[in-house]
Design a protein around this ligand. Structure first.
Ligand code: FES
Ligand SMILES: [Fe+2]
Length: 387
């Protein structure tokens, strides 16, 4: 199917009422021209989440990430703020930092140009004979960083509205969990063999939980309790569901004195478009933050953090954390199996879109989001170029 037909079908799906909604055409997930448009119109424009602010609590703590082709790192400053810089050396473009860690200064591994934590160039060996060289002119470019309810959000877009504004409608819903106190327990980076949108869609919908996750979280969840937002929002979607008393994770610890009634066993699952999604429960949060790496590969950043009162309640913390990580590794494996399976399926000549359940309402919200970004009039030129 050509790119124009795929995008016309996406626009059509987005405009279809929910009770007649269909999943997106297979080519939406396999066409490299669509990915190019997504990088330009979505990833380079939107906010992305490299992790929790609590992941980097001390000055010099850093975490690396990327937006499209741009490598970046977020670093805790001496004044307690978090700032995000280009992770590319101003000398000859070597990548500066890898992974995560702590450093007093950022030293390029190529010729040892050295940057301060605020991105300014502090030293450049053997540049003393370069007459016009002025190290003040070679700071690392900085991009916007905001903290929202404990999350770090970053964007390349100088004109994007703030996260406080975009996410205001879900602020109270999320803030009641006081997630900014949650203690990070694990972060992992993986590459899965699927299209990034298949993983976003998979994470959003609860329909698969009792089946694909029957060995883990699926057995605790009552789908009939699922609640969706009253209105479709162009920046995020969410659902809530409850977990019964057999749930090992997902219910408030006894010492939790700020959640009442149903909220003590309710989980909220927001997706901040395009690629940050999380399960926020009274005792834990776990999240994925995605970055496409080609049409059929996606970088997956996974993290889990616990409410401090949950952590304190474990008689043996070390053993409890080991169990928790094993458990979530299992959940992730269950998801990897299905999203890689769908990507393989989407490439078959007989693959076709099918009807959506009411439990897949958020996939329909996501179609509206994608159509708004990829099928809008300003993208007409890009669509013609992509054909
Ligand atoms: S590329 Fe970084 S010091 Fe040369
Ligand atoms: Fe899942």
């Amino acid at each position: 199917m050509d790119t124009k037909t795929t995008l016309d079908l996406l626009a059509d799906r987005a405009a279809t009422p929910l009770d007649q909604a269909m999943s997106s055409p297979p080519s939406l997930y396999t066409d490299p021209a669509i990915l190019d448009m997504e990088i330009k119109s979505i990833f380079e424009k939107e906010w992305h989440c490299p992790g929790l602010a609590a992941d980097i609590p001390e000055p010099g703590d850093y975490v690396t990430f990327s937006i499209g082709e741009q490598q970046v790192f977020s670093m805790r400053q001496k004044d307690g703020s978090i700032r995000t810089f280009s992770n590319i050396c101003r000398h000859r473009m070597m990548q500066l930092l890898e992974g995560r860690g702590n450093t007093k200064v950022v030293v390029c591994p190529y010729h040892a140009w050295t940057y301060s934590q605020d991105g300014s160039l502090r030293g450049a060996p053997y540049m003393d004979r370069s007459e016009t060289f002025d190290r003040k002119k070679f700071c690392l470019p900085e991009i916007r960083t905001e903290i929202w309810n404990g999350w770090i959000y970053i964007t390349l877009n100088a004109d994007a509205p703030s996260t406080a504004e975009l996410l205001a409608p879900i602020n109270d819903l999320v803030a009641q969990f006081r997630m900014d106190r949650y203690v990070p327990c694990e972060t992992q980076d993986h590459v899965w063999q699927t299209n990034w949108k298949l993983l976003t869609e998979n994470f959003m919908e609860g329909y698969h939980l009792p089946v694909a996750h029957r060995a883990t979280v699926g057995q605790w969840i009552g789908l009939d309790d699922t609640i969706f937002p009253p209105d479709v929002n162009p920046h995020f979607t969410w659902q809530t569901f409850t977990k019964d008393e057999t749930a090992i994770y997902g219910r408030a610890a006894e010492a939790c004195d700020y959640l009442e009634g149903k909220w003590r066993y309710t989980t909220i699952m927001p997706t901040v478009f395009p690629a940050h999604m999380y399960v926020l429960a009274p005792d834990h949060v776990w999240y994925l933050s995605l970055r496409p790496r080609g049409v059929g590969e996606v970088h997956v950043r996974f993290g889990v953090a616990l409410a401090p009162e949950r952590l304190d309640a474990f008689p043996n913390k070390q053993a409890a954390l080991k169990d928790l990580i094993t458990f979530f590794d299992h959940v992730n494996e269950e998801d990897r199996f299905v999203v890689e399976g769908i990507f393989t399926g989407a490439q078959g000549a007989l693959a076709q879109a099918g009807p959506l359940s009411w439990l897949e309402r958020e996939i329909h919200d996501f179609q509206k989001y994608l159509a708004g970004k990829l099928c809008s009039p300003q993208n007409a030129t890009a669509r013609v170029a992509a054909e």
